[in-house]
Design a binder for this molecule. Sequence first.
Ligand code: C2E
Ligand code: MG
Ligand code: MG
Ligand code: MG
Length: 277
Amino acid sequence: TAKQQGRNRFNYFASFMQEATRARMHLVNELREALQHDQLRILYQPIIDLSNGAVVKAEALVRWQHPVRGLLNPAEFLNVAESSGLIIGIGDWVFHQAALEVQKLQAISSPAFQVSVNKSAWQFRDDGSNYRRWLDFLKELKVSPQSLIVEVTENLLLDAASNNADLRHTHMQISLDDFGSGHCSVAFLKRFGVDYIKIAPEFVTQGGDGLLICEAMIAMAHKLGIKVIAEGIETQQQLAALTAIGCDFGQGYLLSRPISGPELEEKLQKQCEPVNK
Ligand code: C2E
Ligand code: MG
Ligand code: MG
Ligand code: MG
């Protein structure tokens, strides 16, 4: 009967949900162990000064070296990390590593070298004690807060609950990630004391109108004293176009894939060696 069919379908749905819940709980447990057993890694993607091609910053991007599944991208575990609260511990770990790394990179290249870390909305909902811990790390390592850039998204900036004032008070720099993909108004950029905007890759890769939009965003940012980083640069053509319209910094597979800390250190070492010929 139809009723029976309905019940069967419900049972099927219920067992599907049960399976999904089990899988999620399994992933949460695995991720908790990953944090305890040093399975997390950070890759650093170089950010280049477009006026001279030098690597002057790097973005810290988390990875999970899973014992069975191999190296996992954030897309495969960030959701679970956030909804389970593990993102707080993961975020602290990433920040600590990034602070240690920037210390090494500054010693190799310049005290102006900066490392950026990504921060998601869930990490803000802990009353600002997060920032106190981060500032304590920095003090311990004798790394100045200006050496770190915190990348936040538009939604997060617009969310009144996320302690943006606390972030400004840390004196770490603030970068607005994926700019242009949300609803952030220019007025907000100024009000929140944003230091950098990162143009979302869709504008960079689009060409044509996308490039016009980039040009407008750059002009506006510069008027407000904000520097611009273009993300997702994959072709020489994009690089040339962005440089021509006055973009300050660039990041993307054309310039470099995300690489390990030691690889980045080596790259900077080479960059600093005098060219002898
Ligand atoms: P995002 O902050 O916008 O980072 C840029 C992403 O684009 C990275 O992906 C990077 O590997 C990728 N990418 C770089 N150059 C290119 C390019 O030329 N073409 C293309 N198609 N992609 C490029 P990834 O590492 O998979 O990270 C994805 C997102 O995960 C990040 O987006 C960021 O929102 C988040 N994430 C990464 N690490 C962390 C972390 O430690 N904490 C938090 N809360 N979020 C993180
Ligand atoms: Mg980012
Ligand atoms: Mg981005
Ligand atoms: Mg993003």
